[in-house]
Design a binder for this molecule. Structure first.
Ligand SMILES: Cc1cc2nc3c(=O)[nH]c(=O)nc-3n(C[C@H](O)[C@H](O)[C@H](O)COP(=O)(O)OP(=O)(O)OC[C@H]3O[C@@H](n4cnc5c(N)ncnc54)[C@H](O)[C@@H]3O)c2cc1C
Length: 408
């Protein structure tokens, strides 16, 4: 498999090998989770036990010390071969914990601050902190959240609604983007709050075509309180800034791996099962139509793997450069453009591969109990992922190429 995703760092190899061990374990549970529309709670016990949930926690605090975004993608792709819902859910936790690890590392010259920032990372290592992340709201986009933090005595109150809050039924904490207005202007801000905050009201309303085990319910905020220092500015509300472009690109790029993992799982099922099939006494694998279809799937898989590897490597190079100085807005948009390009290719390719796997399996793959039926539904969620939907992504790429990236 020349084009297979391969980790580049020692921490990435630990992550991949831990994820590989979980593939059969997750496969045992995934059909029931899908049928019952419930999150498989034991998967998260396993993710903590084997260290994956603490992958981004620095090694001196007990984590893997993962830094490579490329290797993060490899980990999510691998987990998705077992259960795509769990892969996208733990991706949300990893995205937020990566930011927390970065803040801790940036504070090491100030021991008192570092001690404070180490605490939640140690909670993750101990299995006591699991974080969901939400930016999506009905009727608006990531840049214009309507959920708002307003100052009150003793901190802030938050009112509004988020939808598609993956992982929230099991999470202990919720990270989110929201709006905040003060004397200096209208801001996009971010905050992290415990799930048991009064006024944070999960709606238990997740019932979708696919990704049924992801717990992506909506959450209402009705006067939820956070303390004074809990709000951090990301950039101006309603305008793309370096912080916002980077935040959206880095949190979402590894999700593309989940859909590649779904395609890999479908490909494996189809190819493995074809080997044992006969029709009128002849092996099905010898039929030219079947061989052509398998060839097409393999070529598509190679294309998806190659572009995702390239996008992951480019992101790591980009982040290494930002250590010399922050990127410009144009450079941040270049990163987002590469992410959107990889997302487009992989999401389309993954849908095509799963559909062809279904063609190869014939009617048996179409039955509700067959894993392919679940993969066929799960893979369809890919194009929705943020920040640009299929109706927007190609225009965005063109805008960046032509030097006219969107402003608001
Ligand atoms: C399984 C699953 C899990 C998810 N988990 C999370 C999560 O954990 N956290 C999170 O924040 N989000 C999550 N999401 C949300 C996801 O990232 C998308 O934001 C969400 O699906 C977008 O909703 P929509 O397609 O209904 O878009 P809408 O905003 O309702 O748009 C509807 C349609 O209009 C189009 N449209 C809107 N504006 C324009 C425009 N200017 N030009 C052209 N077309 C336009 C859109 O592209 C889309 O096709 C999840 C989604 C799914 C399916």
């Amino acid at each position: 498999m020349t084009f297979a995703l391969t980790p580049k760092t020692a921490a990435g190899r630990r992550l991949r090998s831990a994820a590989e061990e979980l593939i059969p374990v997750f496969q045992e549970r995934v059909q029931a989770a899908d049928a019952d529309n419930k999150m498989p709670g034991e998967n998260y016990t396993d993710l903590f036990r084997c260290g994956i949930a603490a992958a981004f926690v620095p090694s001196e605090l007990g984590g893997f010390g993962l830094e490579s975004v490329h290797d993060w993608i490899v980990g999510i792709t691998t987990l998705a071969r077992g259960d795509a819902s769990t892969a996208i859910a733990i991706n949300m936790h990893l995205g937020v914990s990566r930011g927390m690890a970065g803040a801790y590392q940036g504070s090491l010259k100030k021991p008192e601050v570092a001690r404070k920032l180490a605490k939640p990372l140690e909670d993750i290592v101990g299995g006591n902190m699991l974080i969901c992340a939400t930016a999506t709201e009905p009727g608006t986009d990531n840049l214009h959240p309507l959920t708002e933090a307003k100052p009150v005595a003793g901190g802030w109150r938050i009112d509004g609604q988020k939808i598609f809050v993956t992982l929230s039924p099991l999470a202990t904490h919720l990270g989110m983007n929201l709006r905040m207005r003060d004397d200096e202007g209208d801001h996009l801000v971010t905050t992290l709050l415990p799930m048991d905050t009064p006024g944070l009201i999960p709606q238990d309303d997740w019932d979708a075509l696919g990704m049924r085990g992801s717990g992506s319910q909506s959450v209402i905020f009705d006067g939820a309180r956070v303390p004074p220092g809990a709000i951090r500015k990301l950039g101006p509300w309603g305008r793309w800034s370096v912080g916002m472009v980077m935040n959206r690109a880095l949190a979402n790029l590894p999700l593309v791996g989940a859909f590649l993992g779904v395609a890999e799982a479908a490909y494996d099922i189809a190819v493995d099962q074809l080997g044992n099939r006969q029709r009128v006494g002849k092996p099905v694998a010898g039929f030219s139509g079947v061989q052509t279809l398998v060839g097409e799937m393999d070529i598509e898989l190679a294309k998806c793997r190659a572009i995702l590897t390239a996008a992951g490597e480019a992101t790591d190079r980009f982040l290494a450069q930002t250590r010399q100085g922050p990127p410009t807005l144009e450079e941040a948009h270049e990163l987002m453009k590469d992410y959107q390009t990889a997302k487009w290719v992989v999401n389309r390719g993954a849908i095509d591969i799963v559909s062809k796997a279904m063609d190869l399996m014939g009617g048996s793959g179409y039955t509700q109990r067959h894993p392919l039926a679940r993969l066929y539904r799960d893979v369809r969620a890919g194009p929705f992922m943020q920040p640009f939907a299929p109706t927007e992504a190609r225009q965005y790429v063109g805008q960046v190429v032509l030097g006219h990236p969107p402003v608001d």
